[in-house]
Design a protein around this ligand. Structure first.
Ligand code: SDX
Length: 393
């Protein structure tokens, strides 16, 4: 088959066959392994959902207990990873720290036995167990504190919040955080998952797969948007300023962060649940100053851009939930990564099961048969003043 039409961003082009998750972007439906996200948010928890995504079915009681036990056992970081983290600049972005730490795991577990189920299981467990510890450790270390050791009596989500805030979390807070992880765990072939699949297709190690996905998630058009949403709400500052701010963005053709989606043409089902979770938290712990601004912005964007199918996506309300849980703004995207590790791992396994290296084609638009010009005869194609100022920077 020859496919010659170029689609920027590969819009609408299937990159794989997958049985992990399903999205209906017109109706606002998301399912993991056929189970609706609303049902999982209500009845499951993050580790059970991760098991479902990665191993293909819901675990029995014993299988889940064993999985949770393995993860608990592997939460601690090697002291050399902690030492490496001490050298990171405290001003560095936590996503960069996380990407470096995920890649560094490959140094410690360098065996590459992709056809050994025990190796696959160990990699899944290690990554799910250690990524939250890395995020929490970086947060404490950049404040000049020692990282807090994981607590074996706390479950996955409660333990993360404990390691981050150095105190045992409120029960509702820990539950809501866990639901957030479930909601972010998987989402078909988004950019970071695609990146994970491409990396996996070379048969490299799983730590490189996750590191490349973390790097991809960090961008503001993808997972990084949750952090940008808070900056935007801060900039808007008041409900009265919502419409003037929106007008300004539309005039400049700037994107409104947390809105729009390649697949959803209605409000993201995860945003509906997240908004509800935010409201539950506000009821118990007080309303967030930015919430009224956010709701007004949603109304205004719907009026102006609803006809184009631009509605809140997963990143719009998640930040308001995380703020109430005491999570610093620049950790919002690492928290997204903690959750998405399970989706990335599910796609890694699926890719390995029927692997063929990704190697698409291109439509070449450059010169052909150009001649090599000797250096003395070349004309500079750069703006020399601009170049000088860049070099001086
Ligand atoms: C995630 O893919 C996934 O599944 C991702 C994700 C996951 O779980 O993995 O759901 C997580 O990444 C959510 C998205 C977070 N990003 C943002 O919130 C950033 C703001 N949104 C966008 O830049 C944009 O909507 C994207 C990146 C999400 C989607 O980009 P597309 O599909 O390439 O769409 P586009 O930029 O080509 O826009 C199409 C039209 C344009 O208008 P026209 O030129 O056709 O008139 O919609 C407009 C755009 O200008 N548009 C927006 C807009 N998003 C799209 N206009 C204003 N504000 C926006 N946010």
């Amino acid at each position: 088959m020859t496919f010659c039409e170029y689609k920027p961003g590969l819009e609408g082009i299937p990159a794989t066959q997958s049985s992990i998750s399903y999205v209906d972007g017109q109706k606002g439906i998301l399912e993991y392994r056929g189970i609706n996200i609303d049902e999982l948010a209500k009845s499951s928890n993050f580790l059970e959902t991760s098991y479902l995504l990665i191993w293909g079915g819901l675990p029995t009681k014993d299988e889940l207990a064993e999985f949770e036990h393995e993860i608990r056992y592997h939460r601690r970081l090697k002291y050399r990873i902690r030492d490496m983290m001490k050298c990171f600049p405290e001003s560095g972005h936590p996503m960069d720290a996380l990407q470096a730490c995920a890649a560094a795991l490959g140094l410690f577990y360098s065996r590459r036995a992709l056809d050994d189920p025990a190796y696959i299981r160990a990699a899944v467990v290690r990554l799910l167990a250690k990524i939250p510890t890395m995020v929490a450790a970086f947060q404490l270390m950049r404040k000049g504190n020692d990282p807090v050791q994981p607590r074996d009596d706390l479950d996955y989500s409660a333990n993360f919040l404990y390691m981050l805030n150095e105190q045992e979390p409120d029960e509702l807070a820990a539950h809501i955080f866990d639901v957030c992880l479930t909601l972010h765990a998987e989402h078909t072939i988004n950019a970071s998952t695609f990146s994970a699949m491409v990396t996996a297709s070379t048969l490299t190690d799983p730590y490189a797969v996750i590191a490349s996905a973390v790097g991809t998630l960090a961008g503001p058009l993808h997972g990084g948007a949750n952090e940008e949403v808070i900056t935007m709400l801060e900039e808007i500052g008041s409900v009265e300023n919502v419409r003037p701010y929106l007008d300004g963005c539309l005039q400049r053709k700037a994107k409104i962060m947390g809105f729009g989606h390649r697949v959803y043409k209605v409000k993201d089902p995860r945003a509906i649940i997240l908004q509800n979770l935010a409201e539950q938290l506000f009821e118990k712990f007080g309303r967030d100053d930015y919430y009224d601004i956010a709701v007004e912005l949603e109304t205004a964007v719907e009026e102006r851009l609803g006809h184009k199918g631009i509605y809140p996506n997963v990143d719009f309300y998640s930040g308001l939930v995380y703020r109430k849980l005491g999570i610093p703004t620049d950790l919002f995207t690492p928290v997204f990564a903690i959750a998405r590790v399970s989706g990335w791992l599910a796609h890694w396994k699926e890719q390995l099961a029927e692997n063929r290296i990704f190697r698409p084609t291109q439509i070449y638009t450059g010169a052909r048969n150009a001649s090599y010009v000797p250096i003395e005869q070349r004309q500079s194609t750069h703006d020399r003043a601009l170049l000088a100022s860049l070099i001086a920077e």
